[in-house]
Design a protein around this ligand. Structure first.
Ligand SMILES: O=C(O)CCC(=O)C(=O)O
Ligand SMILES: [Fe+2]
Length: 265
């Protein structure tokens, strides 16, 4: 794994809220991770979340045609766990965000199927059970992500302005711009990335993805990371019922079984 981030990438991440890192994985690593993701997704069948306590299933609505979404695959795949929760990526997300210690929030495979719908503009952190200006996601391309098949787009600098209001990933992909009209004048940047490369984004950076206008799949393996010490904000998100019911506002989210520390080890 090529984990070296240069100063330019780090400065770009802090200023614009995202960074592109080509060739994160070697050819062999890409082959290994892609096979592990395909296998874990197949194992889940219609089930959305790995790990026993969740009952959500794929449906056939608009959202189900944005992407095939499978969460917490690390719980059923040691290979995915090694890549997404390992110290290499752990150190990178700490280096980019400037946070000393990070935990996994959740991972997810996001597969934009042939002719899949666009991913509406949104922020990530407001979905989650903690609120932080320093949460970060990695999005690893398992196929070449192109303008044609649904690469990501960002509003550069939006993380500096965003609060924790959000818009859903719905049929009107521009709803977020009604919440934050300021974003309209800031422009957008497309981040096509070859398979094995990745992009990182802050949990408050506005982003979305185009439709898949091709007959091939656009597979990605992603994960969101939570600064160690983050506290419960009242939202369930991916928390199992048992933990959600027991949680009180302000509790530190440090359950090692759900949110293992990825850095330092
Ligand atoms: O892959 C996509 O279409 C959306 C990705 C995304 O929203 C994310 O990784 O946070
Ligand atoms: Fe997102």
């Amino acid at each position: 794994m090529n984990t070296h981030l240069n100063t330019q990438q780090i400065e770009h991440y802090r200023r614009e809220g995202f960074a592109v890192h080509e060739n994160l994985l070697t050819k062999a690593e890409l082959t290994e991770l892609r096979a592990a993701v395909d296998e874990a997704v197949a194992t889940l069948g219609k089930k959305k979340v790995a790990g026993g306590e969740h009952t959500g299933e794929d449906g056939d609505g608009y959202y189900d045609r944005v992407f095939t979404q499978k969460l917490n695959l690390w719980k059923i795949s040691p290979v995915i766990k090694r890549f997404m929760l390992g110290p290499e990526v752990g150190r990178m997300v700490c280096e980019l965000s400037g946070v000393p210690a990070m935990r996994l929030w959740h991972d997810q495979a996001l597969i934009k199927e042939p002719f899949g719908n666009p991913t509406g503009w949104h922020l990530d952190n407001p979905y989650w059970s903690f609120s932080s200006h320093d949460a970060i996601s990695i999005w690893i391309a398992l196929d070449d992500a192109t303008l044609e098949n649904g690469c990501l787009y960002y509003v550069p600098g939006s993380q500096q302005i965003a609060d924790f209001r959000n818009a859903g990933i719905g049929e009107n992909i521009a709803d977020l711009f009604n919440v934050y009209p300021q974003f309209k004048a800031m422009g957008t940047v497309a981040t096509p990335v070859a398979a094995g490369g990745c992009v990182f984004h802050n949990g408050l950076t506005a982003h979305g993805a185009g439709a898949n206008m091709t007959n091939g799949r656009r597979r990605a393996m992603t994960a969101g990371y939570m600064p160690d010490g983050s506290t419960f904000n009242g939202q369930q998100n991916i928390m199992p019922d048992r933990l959600f019911k027991a949680a009180k506002l302000g509790d530190i989210l440090n359950n090692d079984a759900e949110n293992p520390r990825v850095w330092p080890v």
